[in-house]
Design a protein around this ligand. Structure first.
Ligand code: ME8
Length: 527
């Protein structure tokens, strides 16, 4: 294999069903994973569920279930949604699985044995919904004076806390080391706004320590600390370690060496601090390398408010897919919002985008071209050497040629908007080409060689754009590929060609039979 690409998503808390925000993280990750697969790389795409901690225990209590029965039930809507969205992950890790528990305990024992952990009393605040500690430096003077303080992340009240725990040191040397890493690795945190945010956090003194355990008497639902029966592992430490537990830490050194360090951790900006500060500190203490990139996207909001399970303002992705189809949802979230920005979800915007791009450009080009192939060449792809060329073909040829490189550049910058724009420009231009070349007039004049030439240009443009659309809207792309007359799927794991090589070599054969089928994206009215 040319390259290997290890990509992860956060492990979502399974206290409530997933919404559009979670769907977005998965779609972005799946799109990147598919792009690298299409490029012939060996990809490992990891996702999963965060199942321990106080938040889950409380939700289970409200549901009158044991925590284990509760999480067993609650992962179902997540896994079902990932199937609906055509999210093709390689592994789904649950933090309650024994492979993960063993690995977390081994990591904690390693830190303990190396005298990296110190037992102390923590005094501060704790946000249960975010499972996050806050200290006095995290509040304004005004907040400190008030009896009820709110979480800087989710704005819900925090709980005052005084409890015994084992701590990992964060400040001083470790902080300087991380700052240096940030400054010498501009790709470590993307986009730049998030990098600057972490940089300014690191320029101020950090809390001295990170608690890595919590007392059993307070949090019963967690992984037991291997060195002290009165403690369980802090849920964030437990969850972060999944990125290495899933690829063989500590027993399978060969597998770990193959996949670690991860290429990309995709996260939302809400959990940047945990991934960009606590996770590197933990890895450093364990003597492991840091991930290549932490890729933090923005929030989907309703009005100005972050969409969240607890606020009751969540958009249900299953309902959107039931109404508009999986391609519409995937396309909309990837195309509508520049990566890293917040996005507002409205059905109006989705329908507008669907009609303008998927119906007008993609669907039209596909259906008009195949209709003409049915009509003029009995559903067979004309052979290239019977085609008359024209200088007018050049514009399409140039767009096709530029596409793999444009895509590569855009995907390297995580610029999904630019990647889709480039594909859609080629398709839109091909639709104009139909109007300009008026194949119906050429057919009426019995100018068969030029008629074939026009169809061939359109089919070639469809072939190349269909291939490049696959990471974004795989369901539609597979249908388009089949309609173009290929019996085998567009992507097969055994194919190690790069995208550019695929484009050059996966050519139509003479007389290939197309399967027109139904229009892909009939225009929609708002329901
Ligand atoms: O934080 N817009 O889990 P979580 C965009 N278990 N993305 C959103 C979103 C929104 N409105 N709401 C949620 C946790 N997300 C921890 C993670 S990882 C080792 C442990 C997405 O269920 C986004 O990816 O609260 C965000 O970072 C994640 O869900 C938080 O999921």
């Amino acid at each position: 294999m040319a390259n290997r690409f290890y990509i992860t998503t956060p492990l979502y808390y399974v206290n409530a069903p997933p919404h559009l925000g979670h769907a977005y993280t998965e779609i972005v990750s799946d799109c990147l994973a598919r792009y690298h697969r299409l490029n012939g790389e060996e990809v490992w795409f990891l996702t999963g569920s965060d199942e321990h901690g106080q938040k889950i225990a409380r939700a289970a209590e409200s549901a009158r279930l044991t925590p284990q029965a509760f999480v067993d039930q609650m992962i179902q809507p997540f896994q079902t949604l990932w199937r609906t969205l055509h999210v093709r992950y390689d592994d789904f890790i649950r933090t309650t699985e024994s492979r993960h528990i063993r690995s977390v305990q081994a990591a904690l024992q390693r830190l303990f044995d190396a005298h990296q952990l110190v037992k102390s009393i923590y005094t501060g605040w704790y946000c249960v919904p975010c499972e996050t500690y806050w200290t006095s430096t995290d509040f304004s003077a005004e907040q400190l004076a008030q009896s009820v303080k709110t979480c800087a992340n989710c704005q819900r009240p925090v709980e005052a806390l005084e409890e015994e725990g084992y701590d990992l040191r964060l400040g001083g040397e470790a902080q300087q080391w991380l700052l240096h890493h940030l400054d010498t690795h501009p790709e470590f945190i993307v986009p730049e706004t998030r990098r600057n945010e972490v940089r300014s956090l690191l320029e101020r003194p950090l809390p001295e320590v990170l608690c890595v355990t919590r007392p059993v008497r307070r949090v019963g639902w967690g992984i037991p600390a291997p060195f002290d029966a009165h403690h369980v592992v802090y849920v964030w430490v437990d969850a972060l370690l999944n990125y290495i537990s899933a690829v063989g830490f500590p027993d399978d050194q060969q597998r770990l060496a193959h996949w670690w360090p991860a290429d990309v951790h995709v996260i939302g900006k809400d959990i940047l601090r945990h991934h960009a500060i606590y996770w590197p500190m933990l890895l450093h203490a364990l003597g492991l390398e840091l991930p290549h990139t932490i890729l933090a996207h923005g929030w989907w909001t309703v009005g100005d408010v972050k969409m969240s399970k607890s606020r009751g303002n969540a958009v249900d992705p299953q309902a959107v897919v039931a109404e508009y189809g999986v391609d519409a949802l995937r396309y909309f979230v990837l195309r509508e919002v520049p990566f890293g920005h917040d996005g507002v979800f409205t059905e109006e915007a989705l329908v507008k985008r669907f009609n303008a791009d998927l119906a007008n450009d993609v669907g039209n080009l596909h259906f008009r071209t195949l209709t003409m192939v049915e009509k003029y060449t009995s559903g067979r792809i004309p052979s290239a050497h019977q085609c008359e060329r024209s200088p007018a073909d050049e514009v399409l040829a140039r767009l096709r040629q530029a596409l793999p490189q444009t895509l590569e550049r855009a995907m390297a910058r995580y610029d999904f908007v630019a990647a889709l724009e480039a594909i859609l420009v080629a398709m839109n231009r091909a639709n104009k080409f139909i109007e300009e070349q008026a194949p119906w007039t050429v057919a009426a004049a019995s100018h068969t060689a030029r008629l074939h030439g026009i169809l061939w240009q359109l089919l070639e443009t469809l072939r190349v754009t269909t291939l490049t659309l696959w990471p974004f809207i795989p369901h539609a792309a597979e249908r388009m590929w089949q309609a173009l007359g290929w019996a085998e799927p567009l992507w097969q794991a055994t194919d190690q060609r790069t995208l550019a090589q695929r484009i050059e070599t996966a050519m139509f054969h003479d007389g290939q039979r197309i399967q027109k089928g139904q229009p892909l994206f009939p225009r929609r009215e708002l329901t």
